[in-house]
Design a protein around this ligand. Structure first.
Ligand code: UDP
Length: 242
């Protein structure tokens, strides 16, 4: 697996299929692995949040979730194979899990959403069974309850939807107490799978404008886009320095 660096943050050059194969290898190996789905906002966050930066650097797998990451890799002369969206990774993992009997735990999102996402996947992929689901919150007050719940469910993978950087910080804090081979932050993935938030049509995804579609659907997210000029600056600085 080729690992590149964008503004000092790692990202693995994996295709969608390879990402799933790596997740399965983590399950077979058994020890805890942190998986990050990287987008430009996260790169900017890491530039002023040392704890978050260390967490991303410690990840066993960093998936290129945002189109901006793929474009930056091209500009820097080390092109990534493709964008591997976190939501597609959860979906593909569910297809594999249905065949192999792996059971993921879905943590986060609004009450009822994780459960709805799990039942949608069970309909799409007969044989798929979640180890459990719980909305909860990333607040430290709930941590012990959630840890107990996850440990008792003994899942093969834990997908955490608390938004970034809360989900990665939550996972990093608890990774070694969870006893789960794969723990991955998935942002809005359960919302999309459950159909609570519509996903961009395939053609829009293909031309790299899923972020714009999402902005039109959820305009209150505009503030996050303020990170984009900073991301461009960080990438261009790297290009002209190197
Ligand atoms: N969320 C949550 N608890 C929180 C904050 C966020 O469950 O305290 C959920 C939210 O409901 C959504 C997901 O985390 O399902 C984050 O989605 P967002 O679109 O913000 O994440 P992104 O994909 O942009 O990282």
């Amino acid at each position: 697996m080729q690992r590149l660096y964008i503004a000092g943050l790692p990202v693995d050059n994996v295709s969608s299929e390879e990402a799933i194969a790596v997740l399965e290898s983590f399950i077979l190996e058994g020890s805890p692995h942190l998986v990050v789905t990287l987008n430009p906002e996260m790169v900017v966050r890491a530039s002023h949040d040392a704890e978050f930066r260390r967490i991303v650097l410690s990840a066993s797998l960093v998936i290129p979730d945002g189109i901006g990451i793929v474009l930056a890799s091209r500009l820097l002369g080390t092109p990534l194979k493709e964008r591997v969206a976190g939501v597609d990774t959860v979906e593909r993992f569910a297809a594999l899990a249905a065949k192999k009997g792996y059971r993921p735990f879905f943590l986060g999102a609004a009450p009822g959403v994780a459960q709805k996402a799990a039942s949608t996947l069970a309909q799409r992929y007969p044989g798929f069974k979640a180890a459990g689901f719980y909305s909860g919150s990333p607040s430290p007050a709930e941590e012990e309850t959630i840890l107990k719940m996850v440990r008792e469910a003994s899942p093969d993978a834990l997908f955490v939807a608390y938004g970034s950087p809360a989900q990665e910080k939550w996972i990093a804090r608890n990774l070694h107490r969870l006893g789960v081979p794969v723990a991955m932050g998935v942002g809005g993935a359960f919302d999309f799978i459950a159909g609570v938030v519509p996903r961009a049509p395939k053609v829009i995804q293909k031309v790299g404008l899923e972020w714009l579609f999402r902005l039109l659907i959820q305009p209150w997210r505009w503030r996050r886009q303020l990170a984009l000029p900073v991301f461009c600056f960080l990438v261009l600085r790297e290009k002209f320095k190197g």
